[in-house]
Design a protein around this ligand. Structure first.
Ligand SMILES: Nc1c(NC[C@H](O)[C@H](O)[C@H](O)CO)[nH]c(=O)[nH]c1=O
Ligand SMILES: CC(=O)[C@@H](O)COP(=O)(O)O
Length: 161
């Protein structure tokens, strides 16, 4: 039985991060967690590039452009969509999640979904560095794992058709 898994090592890893400015009180904490995880796993700061977009809905477009550039080994998408009093929340969440998944599959690039979708501000705060951890940190570790998993499987010619 052969098992492949991505090691948490970071030789010459280049990361693109997209952060939504909407609910910046939350998304800045997600960004801090992601950068902390990357640096503590020895990703060079010069190899981390951050793009700020107005809101989560704009993330997929920039993710697509970053992925098409082939300048990044993985892309991390960070946002905080918090339900309001209309159905706008449902449309934003749906399109952002579909859009990010579409970019990842169409570009063969790991695009990590670090967009909080919460019922209230308290749930967002809990997931941005308090009692439920930091989803930005988690996504960054996942990005390193995915990059190394793909590299390992490619080295073993697993994807050769
Ligand atoms: N309500 C939230 C939004 N709304 C804004 C949209 O993401 C988008 O920027 C706007 O519709 C213009 O295209 N964005 C969030 O990131 N979080 C929210 O809670
Ligand atoms: C997620 C949203 O778009 C939401 O915060 C907007 O609030 P509202 O539905 O009250 O306009």
């Amino acid at each position: 039985m052969k098992i492949y898994e991505g090691k948490l090592v970071s030789q010459d890893i280049k990361i693109g991060i997209i952060a939504a400015r909407f609910n910046e009180f939350i998304t800045s904490k997600l960004l801090g967690g992601a950068v902390d995880a990357l640096v503590r796993h020895e990703v060079k700061e010069d190899n981390i590039e951050v793009a700020w977009v107005p809101g989560a809905f704009e993330i997929p477009l920039i993710a697509s452009k970053m992925a098409k550039s082939k300048n990044y080994d993985a892309i991390i998408c960070l946002g905080a969509v918090i339900r309001g009093s209309t159905t706008h929340y449902d449309y934003v969440c749906s399109e952002v999640s579909k859009g990010i998944a579409h970019v990842s599959l169409n570009s063969d690039t790991p695009v990590m979904f670090g967009v909080l979708t919460t019922e209230n501000i308290e749930q967002a705060i809990e997931r941005a560095g308090t009692k439920a951890g930091n989803k930005g940190f988690d996504c960054a570790v996942g990005a390193i794992e995915m990059i190394n998993l793909i590299r390992e499987m490619e080295k073993n010619e697993i994807f050769n058709n």
